[in-house]
Design a protein around this ligand. Structure first.
Ligand code: TYM
Length: 434
């Protein structure tokens, strides 16, 4: 279940969470009592990950030879596990190739690793529980596309149709169909067909011995006590749920994909996702050394807020809580005008006198996620905070940005045929050498 979809109140509460803590972040539930949403600095401490600081961003730029993506620059991807090591591997590979005279050039800010093999691979995923994905779901995929282009690396995308059957009771045939539907939205983000494998759990597990063997190994070395501690499972949870974390852990190991990675078992893995998915990968990183596997590295993002503000949840069953990729221009306009929580004054006079609060204003937050123009964003922040820019004007600008983004996505998605989906979902050697 997603961080942003409606969950029954009786859903799991991770027992590892402190009772008096205001924020709750699990793969099934994200909630905060603060108007500003989750306190991410506290979360870093609680989860034991590392903050993405200026030094890491600088290293990113040094290694890739281009500016970092705005989602990194603006702190939306805010936390990581061992990203520094991934950059070190890329840097080392690059130095060695340069020494050996193999690397021809860094073309247009793109590292060419063709002759050297891949320094790492990317892994991300989607739980296909609804026909339409919302803007929040798009964040990790937009960012993963940038990572794939920047590092020129292969990517595997897991569609957990099994998870949505287990948690939401959606029939297996339907979650499997939704996996293929959602794959169209993912493909429309522009992933390179030669370097990307998308797979449904239902289809892949039954046809890949190596995937299943890796799952069994993980299942053998993680106890019920451990998953109880990490995920808050109880004795009344079905055993499908209890063993599911092993399924989400498995793609972190290249050996699980013999066709894709030519049997190579030690390719480092980097996982971009929102921080709600971290519990799965804490477990994965814990078990990896016991199996002689490499721990996956992670990049975590904050949450794209619901229209009603950072405290509320986006819900697939309430279309007015978010913008969906299927929304028309008119729906986008109406939803933003009607529902986007404003941090501005309640009257024009009050707004002009006291200014607006960008930290809670949903229109400003959405601009931060989706407007690529840094100068314009800084200007908006200044003018909105001083009261010069009115809420209505800010919303109007956001509507333009989102109509363009969703409109372009709609056009690209319309071109994605079932045949293309099948090509992306066929196990095959991805294109690079080693
Ligand atoms: P799912 O379908 O809940 O979410 C898909 C991806 O979107 C992220 N996400 C968000 N990011 C920003 N703002 C939001 N409001 C928001 N809501 C969701 C999620 O963190 C996720 O990255 N179990 C997973 C599927 C999965 C997976 C993975 C995800 C399988 N393997 C590996 C990431 C990495 C799920 O149900 O995702």
């Amino acid at each position: 279940m997603t961080s942003t979809e409606e969950v029954p109140v009786t859903e799991h509460k991770a027992t590892g969470e402190e009772e008096d803590d205001e924020d709750e972040v699990t793969p099934w539930l994200v909630s905060s009592k603060s108007e500003k949403g989750v306190n991410y600095d506290k979360l870093i401490d609680k989860f034991g990950s590392s903050k993405i600081d200026d030094a890491l961003l600088k290293k990113f730029e040094e290694v890739t030879g281009k500016p970092v993506h705005h989602l990194l620059r603006r702190g939306i991807f805010f936390s990581h596990r061992e990203m520094d090591q991934i950059l070190e591997i890329v840097k080392k590979g690059k130095d060695e190739t340069v020494k050996e005279g193999k690397l021809k050039t860094v073309e247009e800010g793109k590292l060419k690793t063709v002759e050297k093999g891949t320094p790492f691979y990317l892994y991300t995923g989607r739980g296909p529980s609804s026909e339409a994905m919302h803007l929040g779901h798009l964040i990790p995929f937009i960012f993963t596309k940038w990572l794939q282009d920047t590092f020129d690396v292969p990517l595997v995308i897991q569609m957990t149709d099994d998870e949505k059957y287990l948690w939401k009771g959606i029939p297996l045939e339907e979650t499997n169909r939704l996996a293929h539907e959602n794959a169209k939205d993912i493909i429309a983000c522009g992933f390179d067909i030669d370097k990307t494998f998308i797979f449904s759990d239902i289809e892949n597990i039954s046809s890949s011995q190596e995937f299943y063997k890796h799952m069994c190994q993980i299942q053998k070395y993680v106890t019920f006590n451990q998953v109880k501690g990490i995920f808050g499972f109880t004795e009344s949870d079905c055993i499908g749920k209890i063993s599911f974390p092993a399924i989400q852990a498995t793609p972190s190991f290249s050996g699980a994909f013999p066709k894709i990675f030519s049997g190579k078992k030690d390719i480092p893995c980097l996982i971009p996702c929102a921080i709600d998915q971290d519990p799965y990968f804490r477990m994965t990183r814990d078990v990896a050394p016991r199996l002689g596997f490499k721990k996956p590295a992670l990049l975590h993002s904050t949450f794209f807020p619901a229209l009603q503000g950072a405290q509320s949840k986006m819900s697939a069953s309430d279309p007015n809580t978010s913008i969906f990729l299927t929304d028309t221009d008119k729906q986008i306009k109406d939803k933003i005008n009607k529902y986007a929580y404003s941090g501005g004054g309640s009257t024009v006079e009050e707004h002009k006198e006291k200014g607006g609060d960008c930290s809670v204003d949903v229109a400003f937050q959405y601009m931060k996620f989706f407007s690529e123009d840094d100068d314009r964003l800084a200007q908006i922040e200044k003018d909105y905070s001083s009261g010069e820019l009115l809420t209505g004007h800010l919303k109007k600008e956001l509507i333009g940005v989102l109509q363009k983004l969703v409109g372009e996505h709609r056009e690209r998605r319309a071109k994605v045929t079932d045949e293309l989906v099948n090509q992306f979902m066929t196990p095959r050697k991805l294109k690079y050498d080693y």
